[in-house]
Design a protein around this ligand. Structure first.
Ligand code: NAD
Ligand code: ZN
Length: 369
């Protein structure tokens, strides 16, 4: 039976439903929360042939009528042109304020469809049906939606909380292994930030997660969503600079630099960059004398045991330290040679600081390359 995880926010609350074969029960699961038995499904070319028919049939069982719109798969789809195509189509067909937008797909579809929902008629009801591990544990919870522009990623967006999230772990059976590993890195991240028990669970069951064991997947999604829901509930709109949502960026300053250096061209998946970034964040914490070396080694061992990218030298591309430094300095608006980072006093003890000397960052990068 599915598990219901409540996400409680200042002005709203909703459930993340986690389990197997949820899409085939979507009619019964969604009927109680939809304001009107009418939805527009937004999905992509990889997900549609696998799950769209099943979803439409399940919705029809409880009298929910649906229409679907497909976008190409991939990060390039999260753009203004696609946003315009979708909103044009929706407005052209006429839409009532109570019709819901349903995102069926990974984080790309979720962010794009969510932004369409947030802005069309100043806000339509929205449902997330995430189908990648990353979207189930990260992007579908928290209400951030948006698209990329030529000036950078996620620069146009809105907070728009869903009515409900259906995380059907059965859909992960068709996910390419690389995508699964990338999503798993965000689960490890959650443990490292503030849930040592989750990290210990990962050490024991991570291999089963990556072998797509449905029970292990459901447990992993449940723990990571619960963690993210707690963080988001405490800092819904990223206003607490010190220790709210900012902590979710553990490993991301380094990760983004690696991604940016490759031009976000898909050679390195976001979660792969984060995996290396987590190691680097611990290495930096150790170098600054803030974290025991044993904790860093434990992180290293776990990532390596599962065959995850752990070091810059594991990648088959050459990175120049200065180029990575430039990305981080641009990202972070360095002041007086000091950078802001999420670091850790140990596993499950992340914190933010604005006081990291650039020289230490450079040394850590050089030692890892
Ligand atoms: P994605 O949506 O591109 O999905 C990865 C690939 O898997 C795509 O090719 C997709 O078509 C395919 N796919 C999806 N489900 C599948 C399935 N069940 N079987 C087979 N193939 C499937 O990428 P993602 O990793 O899910 O999400 C990345 C996006 O999420 C980025 O744009 C990132 O900015 C965003 N994101 C948003 C938040 C947030 O808080 N809103 C948080 C983290 C990441
Ligand atoms: Zn991430």
């Amino acid at each position: 039976r599915p598990l219901r995880l409540p996400v409680t926010l200042a002005h709203t609350s909703y459930d993340v439903v986690i389990g197997t074969n949820l899409i085939s029960r979507a009619g019964a699961l969604l009927a109680p929360v939809l304001p009107q038995k009418k939805v527009v499904i937004i999905t992509d070319e990889n997900v549609a042939p696998r799950y769209l028919e099943q979803l439409e049939a399940a919705l029809a069982e409880t009298g929910i009528t649906s229409r679907s719109l497909r976008v190409p798969a991939g990060e390039q789809t999260k753009c203004l042109e696609m946003y315009q195509k979708l909103t044009d189509n929706i407005l052209e067909h006429g839409i009532e304020r109570r019709t819901s937008i349903v995102a069926l797909g990974g984080g790309v579809v979720g962010d794009l469809a969510g932004f369409v929902a947030a802005t069309t008629l100043r806000g339509l009801p929205f449902v997330q049906i995430p189908t990648t591990l990353l979207s189930q544990v990260d992007s579908s919870v928290g209400g951030k939606t948006g698209i990329n522009t030529r000036w950078g990623k996620n620069l146009l967006g809105a907070f728009h909380q869903p009515l409900c999230v259906l995380a059907d772990v059965s859909t992960l059976a068709t996910l390419p292994r690389r995508e699964l590993v990338a999503g798993y890195a965000e689960i490890v991240k959650s443990g490292l930030i503030g849930d040592e028990a989750l990290f210990a669970w990962c050490e024991e069951h991570g291999a089963a997660v990556l072998d797509q064991d449905p029970e292990a997947l459901a447990m992993a999604v449940q723990q990571a969503c619960a963690f993210k829901a707690r963080v988001v509930a405490a800092d819904e709109r990223e206003q607490q600079k010190s220790n709210g949502r900012a902590l979710l960026n553990l490993g991301h300053t380094f990760g983004h630099a690696l991604e940016a250096e490759l031009g976000y061209d898909g050679r390195l998946l976001h979660g792969e960059a984060v995996s290396i970034g987590l190691n680097l964040a611990f290495a930096l914490s150790v170098r600054l004398g803030l974290c025991p070396r044993a904790d860093m080694e434990r992180v290293n061992r776990h990532l390596e045991a599962l065959g995850m990218p752990a070091h810059i030298r594991d990648l088959s591309y050459t990175f120049h330290t200065q180029a990575l430094m430039d990305h981080m300095q641009r990202d972070k608006k360095m002041q007086d040679g000091r950078l802001s980072f999420v670091l850790a006093h140990g596993i499950g003890q992340a914190f933010t600081t604005r006081d990291v000397p650039a020289t230490a960052v450079r040394e850590v990068l050089e030692a890892d390359g």
